[in-house]
Design a protein around this ligand. Sequence first.
Ligand code: HEM
Length: 147
Amino acid sequence: MKQNDSVFFRYIYLVTLFLITLTGFGAMPIFKRYYIADIPGFGWLDKFYVTHYMHYFMAIIFIGLIFYAFVRNVVLEKMKVSLSGYIRGIMFSIITISGLFLVIKNLNCCYFSPNIVIILDLIHVSSVMMFLIFALICLIFKLKWKK
Ligand code: HEM
């Protein structure tokens, strides 16, 4: 990916990651409990359907960005993926697949037993937490996606 492209891509990727994480945690009643939603301009963080549908919208952008980066770098430019790149790729896949099942769970057509919903939610949130911690480690130790 050319220098300018990758700077632009990186900027969009980081904004998407921030907003998808913010809206994801917005699904939990934490922003009201810890008075974050009381800060002027942050009241929307306490509105479940606002954060819920923003999470869906950010999820579409997130999946689009990941797919674009994979096709552009790995398929077309034959980029050699590093070990930390593979680990992040696997975490993205688990986050996305569990997220897609949670979307299906929210559709009227499909019934998921309460146990399945809890398992899906735990897989989604734990893979998200593992990804965010690992991404921070990669940032600190400058671990690149590319070998
Ligand atoms: C790095 C990306 C992502 C992060 C950080 C993230 C984070 C979260 C968090 C923290 C929750 C709250 C879980 C709970 O209430 O216990 C959540 C819920 C959810 N996420 Fe994600 N998520 C991400 C990607 C996705 C993707 C790609 C999809 C869809 C394909 C998705 C769909 C959902 C759905 C449907 C819910 C449940 C909302 C509900 O019904 O309460 N997420 N996400």
